[in-house]
Write a protein that binds this ligand. Sequence first.
Ligand code: GLY
Length: 339
Amino acid sequence: MTKRTYKFSNTSTDFYLANGISHLKKITDIKATVLITDEHVYNAHTKRFKGWDTIVLKPGEEFKIQETVDAVVEQLIAMEADRKTTLVGVGGGVITDITGYVASVYMRGLRFGFIPTSVLALVDASIGGKNGIDVGVYKNMVGVIRQPAFILHDMVFLNSLPQVEWENGFAEIIKHACIKDAKMFAELEKNSLKTYRGKQKLICDLVQKNALLKTKVVQKDEFEKGERRLLNFGHTLGHALENQYELSHGQAIAIGMTYACHISEQLCGFKQTDKVISVLEKYNLPTYAAFDKQKVFDVLKMDKKREKKEMNYVLLEKIGKGVVKSISLKQLEKIIQGL
Ligand code: GLY
């Protein structure tokens, strides 16, 4: 079993890439571990959970809320979980968020790890330590930054992943390419979702490349004072749209990236919007949307990237080179109204 360890400011995460859930018992004591998953993953892979204490949650972003956290805490108390218990989130982004958050607050903190089962969780949600919940329309309004002890990849879970979830994950992959990796952008232009779904090695390589890209960014700036902000490309407008318009995360940030490209044209002389739009369309993601500009701006201005009257907005100078620009809320409101 190959292990790679990545260090963060005061902790480290062990990555077990291209392994299998059967290896989990070598990483954590089966008698002192609780798995947290959702009904979709559990029903499609029941036998993989055999022998493990498991909490099964209802699937969906609408359950990434405090009530779910309370319910998990009550179940952990009923199971007599203590400070020696390890929690393992087996699922997509909602499960990794809830698991990491509960593990950070239950008894003031338990060891936790992830087995990400969606493309989005493999390349993004499982990495970086931000674990939180939504409050009303405000995404990830409450949470912590705490790194998982381990992340184990079992690509078999992708076999049951619906098409729409593949698209969701590719939105984050396209984002990584836009901000940091022009070569990967060219690879995405050349290939398609069908190619990646059909070729195990191709998707494994792409997932690992993206997991590493994000890990390196987080290692440099765990608490988001600089470089890490780039990962928010498409997310400022995206998050404001996501819960108001019942879009998936991938769809919302794809729209966010499209408009961020147009803002980049205005503020950074960016000239490759058409290329970004073509790739988003190729991976079946939406680009333009009709939305209530005022309503969206009112949510957007509460974004965590706001600092007093300025918003740190991620823009592109060129494909592969993201930059963070501080835009006054007044100017941003004008730009959004003009989109
Ligand atoms: N858990 C996702 C992140 O830290 O960005």
